[in-house]
Design a protein around this ligand. Structure first.
Ligand code: PLP
Length: 345
């Protein structure tokens, strides 16, 4: 049984909507504007993207993160290509084979210890170029921060981009939580993406205070030429676009993205501090953003979930995932830590 209405630790998707975002949606709810994005809210949001990432980019809004990933990758590949990604990547595990269906490509998942692709692991897949019997490698997809909450350093990403350039591959970044990464690295969104040579970015907001809507940001404009047709054909062109655009405008104004992400990251750090000395909780990944992965005794999982819902990540080891959100409160952490201490010490 899940404890609905408590702020649990299952997912940052379980959180609500930041009041500034709701206000922006409400403020946009006046009169008629032209549908499908030819409106002042969308123009304002696109200007905001240029102010954040620089000029000469193409930005398209879609409904969700799976579409951003899949359609972004589709724009860069053909069906005889392959895409290298971490075994734990959302595109490999959590998108119901949509990348395979829509891109037609072969995914080449790489086992990792911490969700991060490394140059040496990618290199093992970079062969068979020009050989008609092999799928042709074309893209490397990295997730920042990773699905395990860990962070690539700028240098690690740069090394992957350099490798991609050597082999004429493109680099896609799944940035469903890129705001959490930028905040944790004390960096800004452009330095974490475009300045490192990323070709295209799935830019997320839903997990960090938006209601819905994600963006595909093309830094490599050669890839975006036909994207408007792809988006429509893939049923991701929102007619009432102003309600996504207004959210992004608010999300990227007054550093809301950063404020929310910093708070979520801080809450994860607070949780880590609280549980560090509980002997029967073993943290399995570096806590670098807003997720904690830990092994706890299986017999307590259900009872703890009743109080604060969270997911079991790996049944076989009783590894669980605790995610914090922009709206997690220090009291939530305090109560949860006390509960863990009561049960596990
Ligand atoms: C790393 C990552 N990428 C992308 C997504 C986007 O998924 P959705 O299609 O549910 O918005 C998620 C959501 O959980 C995610 O964790």
């Amino acid at each position: 049984m899940r404890a609905d209405n408590t702020r649990g630790f299952a997912s940052d998707n379980n959180s609500g909507v930041h009041p500034d975002i709701l206000k922006a949606v409400s403020d946009a709810n006046t009169g008629h504007v032209v549908a499908y994005g030819d409106d002042r809210y969308t123009r304002a949001a696109l200007i905001r993207f240029e102010a954040t990432f620089g000029k000469d980019i193409d930005v398209f809004f879609v409904y969700n993160g799976t579409a951003a990933n899949v359609l972004g990758l589709k724009s860069a590949t053909r069906s005889f290509n392959s895409i290298v990604c971490a075994e734990t990547a959302h595109i490999n595990v959590d998108e119901c084979a949509a990348p395979e269906k829509f891109c037609g490509c072969k995914l080449l998942p790489v086992p990792t210890k911490d969700g991060k692709l490394r140059v040496a692991d990618i290199e093992k897949h970079l062969h068979g170029f020009g050989f008609e019997h092999h799928a042709q490698p074309k893209a490397i997809s990295i997730t920042q921060p990773t699905e395990l909450g860990t962070l690539y350093t700028h240098a690690e990403i740069k090394a992957i981009v350099d490798l991609a350039r050597e082999h004429d591959l493109i680099v896609h970044m799944d940035g469903a939580r890129i705001s959490n990464a930028a905040a944790a690295l004390n960096s800004d969104l452009k330095k974490c993406t475009r300045d490192l040579g990323i070709d295209l970015l799935s830019f997320g907001g839903t997990k960090n205070g938006m209601m819905f809507g994600e963006a595909i940001v093309f830094f490599n404009r050669a890839l975006s030429a036909n994207f408007k047709y792809t988006r429509k054909q893939s049923m991701q062109l929102n007619s009432k676009m102003r309600y996504i655009s207004a959210q992004f405008e608010a999300y990227m104004s007054n550093a809301l993205w950063e404020k929310n992400a910093r708070h979520a990251n801080d809450m994860a750090r607070l949780l880590k501090q609280g549980i560090d000395d509980i002997p029967r909780v073993r943290i399995t990944q570096k806590v670098e953003t807003n997720g904690i992965f830990a092994i706890i005794p299986a017999q307590y999982v259900q009872e703890l979930q009743k109080a604060f819902f969270f997911y079991v990540w790996d049944e076989s080891t009783s590894e669980v995932r605790w995610m914090t959100s922009f709206d997690t409160q220090p009291e939530d952490i305090k109560t949860f830590v006390q509960l863990l201490k009561n049960k596990l010490t």
